[in-house]
Design a protein around this ligand. Structure first.
Ligand SMILES: [Zn+2]
Length: 506
């Protein structure tokens, strides 16, 4: 019997007992909420329930960290890469087993090597006594990135399929989609303290070609993904239903001329290609260059935001903890990312209570409607922050919008369902809290168009769709017209339909 059937049967059984005690006529949302409360202490039933909840979007998902090690080994084998037996790092051919560099495909017949590679490419069996989670985590990327780069279409297919099985509908993937061309151009053209000069030099010196070839590459990668998932065939894979958009991923640990070139490509791409909806600055925030150049990066963003005001920005900020950096380094990254870097969303925000005037900052985030992308597994394995040490509940109490996100689910061996599981377990979240976060994920997505909601306290719909049923075959003319004009509202409408169907089961 399929898992879903088992789930439905368990729902029907428990649902029957719940409705008997609750009486009839309870709204579906309340019955669903009672079901969640009835399985709160039963991890396996809770898992089955959370798997099926509609989850909206994953707004903080690095494509390079989303792929499971088993897939990466498969990619490496197909691409003819070699592996260093000692470090598990993938290497370009020619391979030579006699010098400890066998072909990666030999791991498919050698369980010890296979297991060693999985552990090296992820947090599986990570040994906290031997190595910090932070160091092991960030060291994985250099080991496997050549496999990933050799199969971007396959990588997209994997994340889309997993998103479908998690009942997500939308992904905003962080992706350095130009394959480092902008960084190389930036290095070649050098630095100037005058941002205007620097921008002109890049635009006339080859950046436009980088944009064109990046768009071509995205076309190819998407076509490859659709072919792998059989999206044009009757038996199309569930991943085909996932809407994917990209955030251009700037590597903030690179030299300043390269970071500027990447930020500029991010703005230019987002302005010229609807698939790229914004940009984000990534890499360990505590490393030397991101700490040293933080203020410079904010100035770059401030300057370019002035020239491209409609391009969306989300920033990693506050992925820090006391001891990882000096106390002074914990005081300002979140606030500055919002006020000077123009971030509409913050990734992580773990160190918020170490910022200057933290309650003033929380108030400001609530008033400016800045969403925090909450990455619980990642914060636990990289920073060692979990339970009451994590500010999720403080953000919630202070009215800051939140959405759960996976960050690097392949490296951390998680998925969105398990992020929900952690959140419910650690913070006792209610069904209403989870539904709110799913709705907020689409509300704060960077998809274009007006929102379905006039306000997000009670979630009241726009007048045009007020009386419509999201699962009806036919919509009122006004609602149809409204949805046709907004990609964001279309996504939100689909989520409402999914919630209504989900809640009907209880
Ligand atoms: Zn991240």
């Amino acid at each position: 019997m399929r898992r879903v059937d088992l789930f439905l049967i368990s729902c029907l059984i428990v649902g029957a007992s719940v409705s008997a005690s609750a009486g009839t006529g309870f709204p579906a949302e309340q019955r669903t909420s009672r079901y969640l409360d009835s399985v709160r202490q039963e991890p396996l039933l809770l898992l089955a329930f959370l798997r099926e909840i509609p989850k909206g979007g994953d707004l903080h998902n690095h494509l390079a960290g989303a792929i499971y090690a088993e897939t990466l080994i498969d990619f490496a084998a197909k691409a003819g890469l070699c592996v260093d037996r000692k470090t598990s790092a993938l290497l370009p051919p020619p391979c030579d087993d006699s010098t400890g560099k066998p072909p990666a495909n030999s791991a498919l017949r050698d369980p010890a090597l296979y297991n060693q590679m999985i552990d090296a490419f992820s947090m599986r069996n990570w040994n906290a006594a031997r190595e910090s989670g932070h160091d092991h985590f960030f060291a994985t990327f250099d080991k496997f990135s050549s496999a990933l780069n050799a199969n971007m279409g396959g990588s997209l297919a994997e994340v889309a399929s997993r998103a479908a099985s998690d009942h997500l509908q939308y992904l905003e993937l962080m992706h350095t989609a130009d394959g480092m061309q902008a960084a190389l151009l930036g290095e070649r053209l050098g630095w100037s303290d005058d941002f205007g000069t620097l921008r002109e030099r890049l635009l006339s010196g080859g950046l436009k070609n980088v944009i064109a070839s990046t768009r071509n590459q995205l076309d190819q990668d998407e076509a490859e993904m659709r072919s792998i998932l059989h999206c044009d065939a009757p038996e199309a894979g569930p991943g085909c239903a996932i809407t994917i958009r990209f955030l251009y991923q700037v590597l903030r640990g690179l030299p300043r001329e390269q970071v500027f070139a990447q930020i500029l490509v991010g703005f230019e791409l987002a302005q010229s290609d609807a698939r790229v909806v914004g940009l984000n600055l990534v890499m360990p925030e505590d490393w030397y260059v991101p700490m040293r150049d933080f203020e410079l990066h904010m100035r770059m963003l401030d300057y370019l935001h002035g020239l491209y005001p409609s391009v969306h920005i989300s920033l990693h900020a506050g992925e820090l903890v006391m001891g990882l950096v000096p106390p002074e380094g914990l005081r300002f990254h979140i606030r500055d990312s919002i006020e000077r870097g123009h971030a509409q969303r913050i990734g992580h925000g773990v160190s918020v209570m170490n910022e200057r005037d933290p309650f003033g900052l929380l108030r400001e985030m609530s008033q400016r409607n800045v969403l925090v992308e909450i990455c619980l597994t990642s914060n636990d394995v990289i920073l060692g922050v979990h339970g009451p040490e994590h500010p999720l509940a403080i953000y919630q109490q202070n009215g800051v919008p939140l959405a759960l996100a996976t960050d690097d689910q392949g490296v951390s061996r998680s998925d969105m369902t398990h992020e929900y599981l952690r959140a419910v377990g650690a913070y006792d979240l209610s069904y209403t809290d989870l539904k709110r976060m799913a709705r907020q994920s689409l509300e704060h997505s960077f998809l274009p168009g007006l929102s379905l909601w006039v306000e997000t306290r009670e979630f009241s719909r726009v007048a045009a769709c007020e009386g419509d049923d999201p699962n009806a075959n036919k919509l009122s003319k006004g609602c149809r017209h409204f949805l046709d004009g907004s990609e964001r509202a279309q996504m939100q409408w689909k989520l409402e339909g999914d919630f209504a169907r989900f809640e009907k089961r209880f």
